[in-house]
Design a binder for this molecule. Sequence first.
Ligand code: ADP
Ligand code: MG
Length: 471
Amino acid sequence: MSLRDRFRSVNSRTEKAEREDSTGNTASSAVTVDGNGKGNGKSVANALNDRTSGLKARIHRRMVERINLANLDSIAPEMLRAQIGHIINALVVEEGIPLSESQRLSLEQEVMNETFGLGPIEPLLHDPDVSDILVNTHNQVYIERFGQLELTEVKFDNDEHLMKIIDRIVSRIGRRVDESSPMVDARLLDGSRVNAIIPPLALDGPILSIRRFGVRTLNLSDLMELGSVSPGMAEILKGAVKARLNMLISGGTGSGKTTLLNAMSAFIPVEERIVTVEDAAELQLLQPHVVRLETRPQNIEGKGEITQRDLVRNALRMRPDRIVVGEVRGVEVLDMLQAMNTGHDGSLTTVHANNPRDALHRLETLMLLSGVNLPPQAMREQISAALDVIVHVSRMSDGTRRVVDVSEIVGMEREVVAMQEIFSFKRTGISEDGKVLGRYEASGIRPKFADRLEISGISVPASLFSEGQVI
Ligand SMILES: Nc1ncnc2c1ncn2[C@@H]1O[C@H](COP(=O)(O)OP(=O)(O)O)[C@@H](O)[C@H]1O
Ligand SMILES: [Mg+2]
């Protein structure tokens, strides 16, 4: 949509809002906002949201009257922003509405957001802590912050308003949402992933889900501070990455796998060439030499799909020092294990599983589903030869995420993969306010990989592995 069309569509929507508004109470309600001296910040924004749609509509209309629409596309966006700011100021003064400075600014911002941004959710997109924005029809918006869902006070005027914003997002990538294609995946300019699904598939109205990219992710020190990993464990995980162990992070959905993968990847030495493969780019590696690859879904004609397997195979031809796969969930497991077995040490990935043993089953199942013609034992041998360590993460009943188990793969015991637990989180109870209590303990087994760490110059105090040692 061109800037001009966008302008017009905002205008037609707000005119409608104004008509609706004028049937009830109009400008006076805007004055009331100020008149009753409500505080600032959130409550003002919301009060303005609720009661000044008439004012906003008038501002829009007068802006369109004053700005030469024919020139709109040729004006630099920044200039336009400034001009619109002036017009809003002038109008607010002309209308003689006694807005406080903070109210005026927030009104100005709202009008800007409507015209150039994603309307009421625009401020959420600028909050560095918001990782997901979930719009469930026009009147309910949830956000996720640090892994917790919160209901916000943000609302769209109506479903039509929400549809306009959805249209704006998907039209940027040349897609559209309507009855004939009621589901769309798109990406915002900042890399955030967007999914929209509308009626008739979504029963109650349009649904928009945004997974933000570039949100500050937790590093290993953050995870230690949060109690998600103990200092002793963190040392070992760091060392294991440096010593090029092949590691699999397992856990349920939202248990913190990707976050831990990202935090651990930070310890890959800067001089190495890292290739990442993901279904939806989430990893944010800080090293200078990183090549990021992302899959592509099939197009409307069902063609052009590029799978994780294609990308893993391609990655192997790119002379990587390390391959990091965001999550194995399909046939790429074969290529990943093969890569691990053939000299691409230090590869890292995650898998969806309920415990470390389940993670092994899951890999086996994925291999089976790939149709590879190998007897089960051969598959397990391949898994056991490829992997060195499984780190299991879990989301506990109090919402905290923890590394609950670090296990080492030590080979085969007849037909099964032999695994030994090195560290685990021992749950001891629940506090009065519902917090999970427990401590991180060593199992008493000195891992075989301790030697590999030593060889790589990483010192591991033997005491760290003494039985019952709180690490
Ligand atoms: N240790 C942690 N403490 C608090 N929040 C966490 C922790 N690990 C992850 N999170 C948050 O939980 C959410 C899900 O994490 P993510 O790593 O994407 O999980 P997964 O990859 O297992 O689905 C994210 O919002 C993330 O910021
Ligand atoms: Mg993940």
